[in-house]
Write a protein that binds this ligand. Structure first.
Ligand SMILES: *Cc1c(COP(=O)(O)O)cnc(C)c1O
Length: 462
C-alpha cells in the first residue's frame, strides 16, 4: 500500500502516542558493549567512580544493560510535548525529482529552538541533575547544537550551565554562541586558559582551533574542581543513546500506523547518538530475530571512525581524563580538519553503535563534504528544509540509495534521520556557494600516527 491518498506528507503522532519509556537496546544484545574502564587500573568503572563526574541517575542508566524499557519521567515528557512528537515526513517531492520508485521518509528533529535532536537528551540530563540537587552542569559543544540544547534545558530547570565551545565554532558560529548566552549559560572558547588541560593543549598546539575531545577534557576538569557541578555529554554515552531512542520509537510508531515496513534506515554518525536512537527499536527487532533491516551509518570522509578506525579501548577525550571506552576510534589525539560538519568531528563512536557495527548488524559509509553539500542544496530546494551539514550526510546516502532503486526498479522504503536545520551554518553554505569548499581526507599515515597512540595493555589488542 502507499499512494498519496493513503500516506500523508507528514505523519504525526498524537501526544498520547508518544513513548512513555525509552528503549535500551543493550538489553537485547547477546554480546553487550564492553564496559567503561578506569584508565589507571584498567578495571570496569564502578558506579561510585562515575558519580564523581556524572549525575547519579544517569550513571545508573549508563551501566544498565538489563532493562529493555526505562520510564520517561513525567517532567521530561511534559517538556517533550513542547516540540514532540516530531513529524515523519514522506519526501514525495524528492522522490519525484529523483524519479525513483523508492519511498523516502525522514524523521525531522529540527523543530525546536536548538535546531536539533540534542534537546531530547539535554532535557533528560538537566532533569536528573536538578533531581540530585546540583547547582549546575558543565559540558562541551562542537558546532554549538549541544550547548544550545543544554542551555535551554538548564534554564528550564534553573541550573547553572557552563559550555566549553570548540574554538573554531565559537568564532565561526556567533549566533549559536548568542543563543547559549540568551538562555543564561556561559560559553567559553576551547582550548581556554581557564583549565590546566586547556593551557597544556594551547602550549602544545599553538593556534589550534580546538576539537571536541579537548573541550570535553576542559568541561570534566571544571566539574571535578567545582562543588555541586557535574559533567554532561551530548553524545557517545549509552545514556544519551537511551534518551535518543525516543526518535526511533516515534519513527517506528508512525510507520506502523500506516503499515509501512522500513527496508533501509540511514543516519549520520558523529558520536552515534541520533543514529543509535533512530535505529534502536529496529536493531532490537533484528537482535531478537524478528525482522531484518539494512542500517547505514554515514560519517564524514575527514573523520572516518567506523570506516577507517580501529576497534579498541581508547580515551573519549584528548586530555585523557575520561574513562576508557571500547569503540571504533581514530585515536584521541586525532585532530580532524576544520570540516563544516562540526557535530561529526569526533575521533570515536558510541560503544553501542561500535558493537552493533562489529557484529555486522549495521554498515558504515563515509562521504566527502562537497558531495554532502550538493545533496543539502538539492534537498533544501526540493523539500523546503535547509538541512544541517551533519544531517546532510544522511541525505546524501538516502539519495544514493534511492538512485540505486531507480536502476533496479525496487520500491524500497528508505527512512533517514534529518537531525537538524542549518540556519546557523550559513558560513559553511557560503563556502559551498563560493566554490571554496575543500574535501580533506586524512592519509593512512595521519590515521596511523593517532591510532599508534591509543593505550596498549593486556586485553586491548587491536
Ligand atoms: C550533534 C549533531 C549530530 C551528530 O551527533 P550524534 O551524536 O552522532 O547524533 C548530527 N546532526 C546534528 C544536527 C547535530 O547537531
Amino acid at each position: 500500500m502507499s499512494d498519496k491518498n493513503e500516506i500523508p506528507y507528514k505523519i504525526y503522532l498524537s501526544e498520547n502516542e508518544m513513548p512513555k519509556a525509552w528503549y535500551n537496546v543493550r538489553a537485547d544484545m547477546k554480546k553487550k558493549p564492553a564496559p567503561l574502564l578506569n584508565p589507571a587500573t584498567h578495571q570496569p568503572c564502578t558506579a561510585e567512580e562515575l558519580e564523581h563526574v556524572f549525575c547519579k541517575d544517569l550513571v545508573a542508566q549508563e551501566l544498565n544493560d538489563k532493562d529493555a524499557y526505562i520510564e520517561i519521567p513525567e517532567e521530561i515528557r511534559n517538556f517533550y510535548k513542547m516540540y514532540r512528537p516530531s513529524p515523519l515526513v514522506r519526501a514525495y517531492c524528492l522522490e519525484e525529482k529523483l524519479g525513483t520508485p523508492a519511498h523516502i521518509y525522514y524523521k525531522f528533529e529540527g523543530n525546536n529552538t536548538s535546531g536539533s535532536h540534542k534537546l531530547n537528551s539535554a532535557i533528560a540530563q538537566a532533569y536528573y541533575a536538578k533531581k540530585q540537587g546540583l547547582k549546575g552542569v558543565t559540558t562541551e559543544t562542537g558546532a554549538g547544537q549541544w550547548g544550545t540544547a543544554l542551555s535551554m534545558a538548564s534554564s528550564y530547570f534553573g541550573l547553572d550551565c557552563i559550555v566549553y565551545m570548540v574554538k573554531c565554532s565559537y568564532e565561526q558560529k556567533p549566533f549559536r554562541r548568542e543563543v547559549i548566552r540568551t538562555y543564561g549559560a556561559k560559553a567559553i572558547p576551547s582550548p581556554s586558559m581557564d583549565t590546566e588541560i586547556g593551557r597544556k593543549i594551547n602550549a602544545e598546539f599553538p593556534g589550534t582551533t580546538g576539537s571536541l575531545g579537548c573541550a570535553i577534557s576542559e568541561a570534566v576538569e571544571h566539574a571535578l574542581k567545582n562543588e555541586g557541578y557535574r559533567y554532561v555529554l551530548g553524545s557517545v554515552l549509552n545514556q544519551v543513546l537511551l534518551h535518543q531512542s525516543v526518535i526511533g520509537l516515534e519513527t517506528k510508531a508512525a510507520l506502523d500506523k500506516y503499515g509501512i515496513k522500513a527496508d533501509v534506515i540511514i543516519g549520520c554518525a558523529g558520536g552515534g547518538s541520533n543514529l543509535g536512537g533512530l535505529i534502536s527499536p529496529f536493531a532490537g527487532e533484528m537482535l531478537r530475530g524478528e525482522s531484518k533491516y539494512q542500517i547505514i551509518a554515514v560519517e564524514p570522509a575527514s573523520c572516518p571512525s567506523l570506516t577507517r578506525g580501529v576497534y579498541a579501548y581508547d580515551f573519549c577525550d584528548t586530555g585523557k581524563v575520561c574513562p576508557l571506552q571500547k569503540m571504533y576510534t581514530l585515536g584521541s589525539s586525532f585532530m580532524p580538519s576544520a570540516n563544516h560538519a562540526g557535530g561529526l568531528r569526533y575521533h570515536g563512536m558510541s560503544s553501542i553503535v561500535s558493537e552493533l557495527y562489529d557484529q555486522k548488524l549495521i554498515e558504515a559509509r563515509s562521504v566527502e563534504q562537497t558531495e554532502v553539500f550538493k545533496a543539502a542544496e538539492m534537498f533544501a530546494r526540493i523539500e523546503g528544509i535547509l538541512p544541517a551539514p551533519e544531517s546532510s550526510h544522511a541525505i546524501k546516502v538516502a539519495i544514493d540509495e534511492a538512485l540505486k532503486c531507480k536502476e533496479s526498479g525496487e520500491a524500497k522504503n528508505i527512512v533517514f534521520g534529518l537531525t537538524g536545520t542549518g540556519y546557523f551554518d550559513m558560513k559553511a553554505y557560503e563556502a559551498y556557494n563560493d566554490g571554496k569548499m575543500a574535501d580533506y581526507i586524512p592519509t593512512d599515515e595521519d590515521i596511523k600516527k593517532a591510532t599508534d597512540m591509543i593505550p596498549r595493555f593486556p586485553g586491548n589488542e587491536f
